[in-house]
Design a protein around this ligand. Sequence first.
Ligand code: AHG
Ligand code: MN
Ligand code: MN
Length: 336
Amino acid sequence: MERPITLGEFIVENQKDFPYAKGELTALLSSIKLAGKMVNEKINKAGLSQILGKVDAENVQGEVQAKLDIMANNIFISTLKARGEIGGLASEELEDIAIFDDDIHKDSKYVILIDPLDGSSNIDVDITVGTIFSIYHRISEPGTRVTQEDFLQKGENQVAAGYLIYGTSTILVYTTGNGVNGFTFDPGIGSFFLSHSNIKFPKDGSTYSVNEGNYIHFPLGIKKLIKWMQELDEKDNRPYTARYTGSLVADFHRNMLLGGIYLYPQGSTAPNGKLRLLYECNPMAFIAEQAGGRATDGHRRVMEIEPSELHERVPFICGTSEMVEIAERFIEEFGN
Ligand code: AHG
Ligand code: MN
Ligand code: MN
């Protein structure tokens, strides 16, 4: 039996897709892979460290008390900063951008944006969480300090995007604009192996993912869409089934593999929805489109939205092309 290709081998082999690149993107993806392994290790021990913490509170107290999303944030920042590929980083967990302007970073070409731990409310109850990343070429000249402008780019400028899903197994999924591939982590060996090559959304789906507890606050178009999805009509797989974990990564991953639609619409209590354009929506939109799906805020293609601030939120609807199109028709007809 042929052994599957590792993520490291795949990244190097695909470097030829970027004739202009000199290996920095390859190195950057390797750093993400390393940070992902470290976060994975912490997540797997999350429950255990609490138990051990009670036995030996003094030694591990810091670790027990540190919230995993802060821990994941620190792991990604220190791992990415240890090498020179990026001039700075923006994170959901940081108010402002982090600028790396020492010698090894000054000629960097890239910036990265991360949601270090997505679905963090699920950590304490053993439900799947993730990490999301998004990589851009900087706009500012290499040799100078990066600025906010480098981070406030439209999603369509992304060079690469991906996520790690810490589920029943840990999988790293990413795209560099040339399709989407997934690599499953083998903890015994310590490597990611190609397990999901050239992922595409199925044409049809019958799953919807939305926090229906917010139903009464949703715009009329979304309410009508949800009721339509619940009606019986065999010719278009209705009624749909509902699946919602509260971890975008998990809901997105399932919908991409099995066919479905994810919605985080605006509501009267959250006028722009909850999800963050730069750390969550754009990277997922890039992956979705590369997998033959679509992502919209209801009116606009997510990746065409001009960002105005780092932590901006937008309504987010993402899934198979057909389902997103149906959602847009409802919004157009009944209003947002
Ligand atoms: P994060 O943990 O990074 O703050 O993200 C949580 C996000 C997203 O993953 C999830 O789909 C959504 O928030 C869930 O929100 P509700 O609890 O409002 O449904
Ligand atoms: Mn998140
Ligand atoms: Mn988060």
